[in-house]
Write a new protein. Structure first.
Length: 443
């Protein structure tokens, strides 16, 4: 058993290193994009409109694609390992068909009802700024289907122990946006950023789809029999999507509340979380992507001892590194913002607003990253209903903390609220994951 534990741990570390390396390259591209956007648009109305418009389709992407990946991958791995490629293809075809249909319907609804829900997110916008946000929203809707398809394909590649390609392809998004802004930004303004964003998602979907096809899988949608495997996927997807909707609503709540503050607050909140999000994305993409297939395999083999040891090992590392890192970012937040963002239209006044926001956002790092590892374990245990209830608690806590901290701290109170929410979320997840493992061991 000791050899098995060391083997699994080493494989996860190897996969995490591969994903982490390519994610760093992707993050470099993302930073280059943010620097370009900051220099080109500053914290002006055009960027505010773009960020609010991007918020809604991005939320849908995270809900659909993220939920599908977590609910689909454990079943896909079990079927592929036990019954082979043909049976796994049936699962993949059913998931793709269902996703494309649901995604198309949702995209139409998103555009048609935008005059009804968008004003709630743009409460501090002028009529012209609101109209710009609505037009950008309609242009960005295609990323829902493009990123959803990419995420499903990435899950399949990871299940086949191919982690590198799925990790590097997202760099096409920021590179495409940079190219369009620099080449046609003068003539198209913020629409250069919009077009570049959509093209980047399109390129990612195209290349990762080709990789799946080369591995003898078909991505052609077609109606198939609704068998027991698909019922398991849907049964895990429904609570997962509910939880994702609730949890994703926290970002909408945050930016909606920021939009009601001083002009430029949405952009300032966005910049304040850029460095923090980059750190968390690197860690969660590397570790979260690597552990899910191995957790799923250990659950299928009922290897509870190694599951517990693997979980403790990674949580110890994450907390041990994450807390000192958060303190360092908090202490040097002014310098970080000045060096990275302060140029072009991004002024010293902007830095003074963004710096304290970033400082308070930093404390979410250890708890967010550690929470993702526990989420992967809970998904592998096919207990996504726990994630749904946890997300509901997070949303309520987020609204309450926002109202409290904004009153005393202003915009940076939203950042402090976020950090408190992820601490509560982590404690909740660890408690129920431990209970699940104990229950499974006794069965």
């Amino acid at each position: 058993m000791e050899i098995g534990y060391q083997t699994v741990r080493n494989k996860i570390l190897s996969a995490a290193a591969i994903v982490g390396f390519f994610t760093i390259l992707t993050q470099i591209g993302g930073f280059a994009k943010e620097l370009t956007v900051a220099a080109w648009f500053g914290t002006g109305d055009a960027l505010d409109a773009f960020l609010i418009a991007l918020l809604v389709p991005s939320f849908i992407v995270n809900v659909l694609a993220g939920s599908l990946s977590a609910s689909f991958l454990p079943t896909f791995i079990r079927v592929y390992r036990n019954r082979g490629l043909a049976a796994a293809q049936i699962v993949l075809t059913g998931v793709i068909t269902w996703f494309l249909f649901f995604g198309l319907v949702l995209s139409v609804i998103l555009i048609f009802f935008s005059p009804f829900y968008l004003p709630a997110l743009c409460s501090g916008f002028s009529p012209e700024k609101f109209q710009l946000a609505q037009m950008i929203l309609c242009a960005l809707v295609p990323i829902i289907l493009l990123k959803g398809l990419s995420t499903i394909c990435a899950g399949v590649l990871n299940a086949l122990d191919n982690f590198a390609l799925a990790a590097i392809l997202p760099v096409l998004g920021p590179l495409s946006a940079i190219f369009l802004v620099l080449t046609v930004g003068d003539s198209l303004g913020v629409y250069a950023l919009v077009i570049g964003t959509v093209l980047g998602f399109g390129f990612e979907a195209f290349f990762i789809s080709k990789a799946i096809i080369k591995r003898k899988f078909s991505l052609r949608p077609r109606l198939i029999r609704f068998d027991s495997d698909l019922r398991i996927v849907i049964g895990q997807f429904l609570p997962m999507i509910a939880g994702s909707i609730i949890m994703g609503s926290t970002e909408i709540v945050d930016k909606g509340m920021a939009a009601a503050l001083a002009p430029g607050s949405v952009a300032a909140l966005n910049y304040g979380n850029k460095i923090i999000a980059a750190v968390m994305t690197l860690a969660t993409t590397a570790i979260g992507t690597a552990v899910l297939p191995y957790f799923a395999r250990m659950v299928a083999e009922k290897d509870w001892k190694n599951i517990r040891r693997t979980l403790i090992f990674y949580l110890t590392i994450i907390i041990g590194i994450g807390i000192p890192l958060a303190v360092l970012i908090y202490a040097f937040s002014d310098s970080i913002v000045n060096v990275i963002f302060q140029r072009g239209s991004f002024t010293a006044e902007d830095s003074a607003i963004v710096s304290p926001v970033q400082a308070f956002f930093a404390f979410q790092i250890p708890f967010y990253v550690a929470g993702i590892v526990v989420v992967r374990l809970i998904s592998s245990l096919r207990a996504n209903h726990i994630l749904m209830w946890g997300a509901a608690i997070n949303l309520v806590a987020n609204i309450g903390f926002n109202m409290l901290f904004i009153h005393y701290l202003g915009l940076k109170g939203i950042a402090l609220s976020t950090s408190c929410v992820y601490l509560i979320s982590f404690l909740f997840l660890v408690f129920f994951a431990t209970r699940l493992i104990i229950q499974e061991e006794r069965m």
